[in-house]
Unconditional design. Structure first.
Lengths: 293, 786
């Protein structure tokens, strides 16, 4: 198998990239780290006569804190995220996800934007982005728009991106106080895994009575897109955290919120059961972190 | 303190500097002037008749130099064992698995070659396919090979002693079943080769193989050439694990194209093609019944096994025999019966892989040992010691344990793991388990019937006297054999390793059956030792004459001549040597006469000094059918203890550590011995925990890459304590025997026994994916609650 031939472009500004994309339309593909795209090209799952690399557009590779929001450029790599102070400090569930994706070599290339645009139901960073309420920032010939990441995924490999648009980055509200978040994934071996299931949870505790004020739980690999686990969230809301509640939330996620399928990586029944366990465990850690603040 | 000067140490491997700096040359690093690129058309169907092949469009493509099918190449049958040649270079009438070879193209670039392959038009009549042993054996099942009815590739029926009578004496009888999954060797270097044909009619094939010798013979046979006109060269190889232990279609097609076009041709397998080619460990389905007395004495074993063979035989005949024969040790077992069936189906052929044939049988049996121990309330380690064979014992099927450090191995892992304190006292979710195993140290017979020596070695002393050059056709495939043989020659000659240079892996250098059945250290090692000693003898003969000292009173050690009695006056020799070297900086000043001087003088007297060595095992065959498989001049043995943690909610297993003791007779290079132990464990863990080639219902491999075929990562690898046990094998050079394959034997059952200890669940199917373990735990809980 050989990589097919293509023309390669390295624009240095967003506008230039948008112009190129407009010019070649469906015949062009945007490339960030290429860790999905080049594999797909080689396997002939996608075709492209033109590849527009985003790597030389400096502003897309930055993590910036501005007031009460954090902006993450689309081309920020997993390694960059793992090392970023603000990610380590305030977005532990993203840090854990970035640490988990692929191998060192892959993490040095794989970008957050690429992970999101690839829209795999098992995508590593997606549940965490959802529970932190990340917004997706898009820019195209028609201008800019911003939508919640949660509504960005439309199916395996499918997103709400319009023809000609580029994902430029993410905007996340900086969580305030009394919160905790965690991410867990399960695979067959200890690294370089494609997730059998993955779960992220974000919890905010009401300091007055130590009950759960808000809970957001996102499940991966158990539906056509990563999904929110609303039933599990309901179980927690206004309750004092504890083993029984976590278990009940896990069971709600398992039985009410996920719609997994059988494939060669695992059966639906196992995925369901593991959603129960991982939901319970992410909540345990998230609550512990929230109450420690 | 070792009594040896070179061997038995931790020597840096001689290939290290090149490999560590990326300078080592592998086949794919090579290219030749005017080289063409080859590519193959392989069947997209698991089973189909070929109605017609039209290569005209492919031939018409610019840059294409040749397109060959069986029409051009003929259909000489070949395979691994001459008793069962069932393959041809290209399919003639039908294809039998997804990947069966149909045609090959040579073109000026790989891209053109691949485009040309896509232009070959084949008309198929798709036939119903059988993909499992069960389906293949059903009445009325589609048949793969006309000559082999019921898709039965081979069957073996053996009985030693009287099993039925044996069971009558037993107080405990355990029957269990178990199956593993098809493996892939997952070596890092994919098969690659370059063939060249010179104007004098010599074909040179440079290829990534474990067995230059057998490849040479197969190429000669299939292409109808003299063996002497075929030369096979093996550069550095990125492992083989058994899969590269026979000629493959690509090598044959490449040679054919090169001869036809009189141009060098290069071909490579992609990773997907490696999976399509297969030839790794079979899937085995075992049913084993073991009977013992209540004091723990093993009495009888009844064994039935079905092997998922795939479309062709490959090593399968040997495999199905090994599967049975290697259960006869390491415990005293007077009665054993075996019924083995290797079944064809429409998947890639399976073949030999590390621990050939025996690994899963061992995994079942070693679990039964634990079950028996549990039932009679005996420590599983004691049960094993109780039944252990002794040095010199012969199994019921005639395998002789000429050296046998098994008990030492058990004691070493007992101490090394803290077994006595831990066994029975592990906290919930944690477990400890042990197992033993043994393996051949070189097949007793070549694959084809022959009186050939199994290995020859030439040692030539350089004419300046400084260096010994070693030439061997043996195969360094990453296991460290080059270093081992350089060390052995150094030891035999009495010179340091740094003064030995070695070239290997070229059929022009002699005969060597290659790297399989853990044979090289013992067999090539013998030849290396003999060649080194032969060269030394010749040097000493000259010295004896020159110094008028009896030969028996002299020896060479550490690069100097040692005299038993008074050192004779050698000043005349030294002066002669120095005169020869006017203006040189390295004239000897030592008090002792150096090897360098002595061998220079020997050259001046006799011309080039060449020592030769050879090895062939003594007659090892038994009297019954199939007795040859399993025979070996020696057997390596080992014991392992594994500790695991099981996540009872998810089924995830963490292997916390493994303690391994292996009796390798005598360690030539301790670095390599420990490396083989570590590597065996890593492969064993992969097979236990997550490796499995998965097919869809069309016979296509679903996980033909190393993202989805899950070998062990550094994160999965536990700390390993590797303990080397030395038993001094009488049939081995300096007492050495195998470590390359035997070391994998206990890994799987040790982990399985540890998982049982942690969970109370016996797993009867591999790999232990979290899902499989979780499901078993759930079922166990339900049973316990019911
Ligand atoms: C060995 C290996 C292991 C892996 N392991 C994991 C893992 O554990 N978990 C996991 O989730 N993934 C894994 N992946 C997949 C992959 O690495 C990730 O999805 C990664 O985040 C993709 O990022 P990238 O920058 O390489 O994307 P690319 O391959 O460059 O792009 C991916 C897709 O997004 C589009 N795209 C990229 N950027 C933009 C943009 N700014 N605007 C619009 N479209 C865009 C591209 O056109 C393409 O379709 C693995 C891949 C490999 C090869």
């Amino acid at each position: 198998m050989l990589l097919p031939k293509f023309e390669f472009y390295e624009p240095t500004s967003i506008q230039e990239a948008i112009d190129l994309k407009k010019k070649y339309r469906g015949k062009a593909k945007l490339m960030a780290g290429g860790t999905d795209l080049l594999v797909h090209l080689k396997k002939k799952l996608v075709t492209a006569d033109h590849l527009i690399s985003l790597a030389k557009i400096k502003e897309l590779s930055q993590v910036q804190q501005a007031g009460d929001t954090l902006k993450i450029g689309t081309c920020v790599t997993m390694s960059q995220l793992s090392k970023s102070a603000v990610i380590q400090e305030k977005f532990g569930a993203i840090k854990t996800a970035s640490d988990n994706l692929g191998t060192h070599l892959i993490r040095n290339r794989a970008t957050l934007g690429g992970n999101v645009c690839n829209a795999s139901p098992a995508g590593e960073a997606l549940p965490s982005l959802i529970v932190y309420q990340a917004q997706v920032r898009l820019q195209g010939p028609e201008g800019k728009r911003k939508i919640p990441v949660e509504s960005f995924f439309k199916g395996p490999g499918k997103t709400d991106i319009h023809e000609g648009e580029i994902l430029v980055g993410f905007q996340l509200p900086l969580p305030e106080k009394n919160y905790g978040a965690h991410y867990l994934q399960l695979g067959k071996r200890k690294s370089s895994e494609i997730n059998v299931v993955n779960v992220a949870a974000f919890v905010e505790i009401n300091p007055a009575d130590q009950t759960v004020k808000t809970a957001r739980i996102a499940l991966g690999s158990v539906a056509a897109t990563p999904i929110r686990s609303f039933h599990a969230e309901d179980v927690l809301t206004n309750k004092a955290p504890g083993e029984a509640v976590f278990y009940e939330a896990g069971e709600a996620a398992r039985h009410k919120d996920c719609q997994p399928i059988d494939d060669f990586r695992g059966t639906a029944a196992y995925r369901r059961a593991m959603i129960g366990v991982l939901t319970k465990r992410t909540l345990e850690t998230a609550c512990k972190l929230a109450m420690a603040q | 303190m070792s009594k040896f000067d070179v061997i038995n140490s931790y020597a840096p491997r001689i290939d290290c500097p090149d490999k560590a700096t990326g300078k080592a040359i592998f086949t794919d690093d090579l290219s030749k002037p005017g080289m063409l690129y080859g590519a193959m058309l392989q069947s997209p169907h698991a089973h189909a008749k070929i109605l017609s092949i039209d290569t005209s469009k492919a031939k018409a493509l610019e840059g294409v130099k040749a397109v060959i099918t069986s029409k051009e190449t003929g259909s000489v049958k070949y395979g691994v064992s001459p008793a069962r040649y069932d393959e041809t270079m290209f399919a003639t009438d039908k294809v039998r698995y997804v990947g069966d070879e149909i045609a090959a193209v040579a073109a000026t670039s790989l891209e053109i070659a691949l485009n040309a392959v896509a232009l070959i038009q084949v008309e198929y009549e798709v036939l119903p396919a059988v993909l499992t042993v069960e389906d293949a054996m059903k009445e009325g099942a589609p048949q793969l090979h006309e000559a082999f009815t019921n898709n039965l590739c081979a069957e073996v029926h053996q009985e030693f002693g009287n099993v039925e009578e044996g069971f009558k004496q037993c107080d405990i009888i355990k029957t269990t079943t178990m199956k593993n999954k098809r493996q892939d060797g997952a070596f890092i270097e994919m098969q690659a080769c370059i063939a060249e044909y010179d104007r004098r009619g010599t074909l040179t094939l440079t290829t990534s193989t474990q067995v230059p010798h057998y490849v040479q013979r197969t190429v000669a046979m299939v292409l109808g050439m003299d063996v002497g006109k075929v030369r096979v060269i093996k550069p550095y190889v990125g492992a083989g694990f058994g899969i590269k232990a026979a000629a493959n279609h690509q090598e044959l097609a490449c040679c054919f194209l090169a001869r036809m076009l009189k141009k060098p041709v290069k071909m490579n397998y992609t990773r997907e093609q490696v999976f399509m080619y297969g030839r790794a460990r079979h899937q085995f389905s075992h049913t084993i019944t073991t009977g013992a007395k209540k004091d723990g004495t093993l009495v009888a074993l009844k064994h039935e096994c079905y092997l998922d063979g795939g479309a062709y035989t490959s090593f399968g005949i040997a495999t199905v025999y090994y599967t049975g024969s290697l259960l006869a040790g390491p415990y005293k077992l007077p009665n054993m019966s075996y019924d083995g069936y290797r079944v064809y189906n429409n998947k890639p052929a399976c073949g030999a892989q590390r621990g050939h044939g025996a690994v899963i049988a061992r995994a079942v049996f070693e679990q039964q040992m634990d079950m028996i121990a549990e039932e009679i309330g005996m420590d599983p380690l004691e049960l094993r010691i109780k039944n252990m064979m002794n040095t010199g014992d012969t199994t019921c099927n005639d395998l002789n344990m000429s050296s046998f450090g098994m008990s030492e191995c058990i004691e070493a892992v007992r101490d090394g793991s803290g077994w006595d304190k831990k066994k029975g006292n592990m906290p919930k979710g944690k477990g400890i388990g042990m197992a033993c195993g043994f393996f051949v140290s070189g097949a007793g017979f070549p694959i084809y019937r022959s009186d050939t020596f199994h290995g020859t070695v030439i040692v030539k002393l350089t004419e300046d006297g400084g260096t010994a050059l070693v030439y061997t056709a043996s195969a360094e495939i990453g296991q460290g054999s080059d270093t081992a043989f350089a060390m052995i020659v150094g030891e035999a000659l009495g010179i340091p390793l740094e003064n030995v240079r070695l070239a290997s892996g070229d059929t022009d250098m002699g005969v060597d059956l290659g790297a399989y059945s853990s044979r090289q250290t013992l067999m090539t090692g013998h030849a290396a030792k003999e060649a080194g000693e032969h060269a030394k003898q010749q040097v000493l003969e000259v010295l004896a004459e020159q110094l008028d000292t009896p030969l028996e009173d002299m020896d060479i050690k550490n690069g100097c001549i040692e005299f038993k009695n008074q050192t004779p006056d050698f000043s005349a020799l030294r002066t002669r040597y120095i005169k020869e070297h006017r203006g040189w900086t390295d004239n000897p000043e030592s008090e002792k006469l150096t090897f360098k001087e002595a061998s220079r003088i020997a050259f001046l007297e006799k011309g080039s000094i060449v020592g030769t060595g050879k090895y062939r095992p003594h007659w090892l065959g038994g009297k019954f059918k199939g007795a040859a498989v399993g025979t070996s001049p020696a057997y390596g043995c080992s014991a392992q203890v594994a500790e695991v943690t099981v996540d009872m909610e998810t089924g995830q297993i963490t292997i916390d550590n493994i303690v391994d003791a292996h009796d390798c007779g005598k360690a030539i290079n301790r670095n390599s011995v420990e490396g083989q132990m570590q590597g065996s464990i890593s492969m064993g863990i992969g097979e236990t925990m997550h490796e499995e080639v998965i097919f869809n219902d069309k016979g296509q491999v679903l996980n033909s890459d190393l993202a989805e075929y899950k070998i062990v990562t550094a994160m999965d690898m536990p700390p390993v304590k590797a303990i080397v046990v030395e038993s001094d094998e009488p049939n081995g050079p300096y007492g050495a025997k195998e470590v390359g394959e035997g070391a994998i034997m206990p890994t799987i059952p040790a982990i399985l026994n540890a998982v049982y200890d942690a969970t109370g669940v016996r797993m009867n199917e591999l790999p232990l994916t979290p899902e499989r373990v979780y499901t078993a735990i759930q079922a166990y809980k339900e049973r316990s609650n019911a």
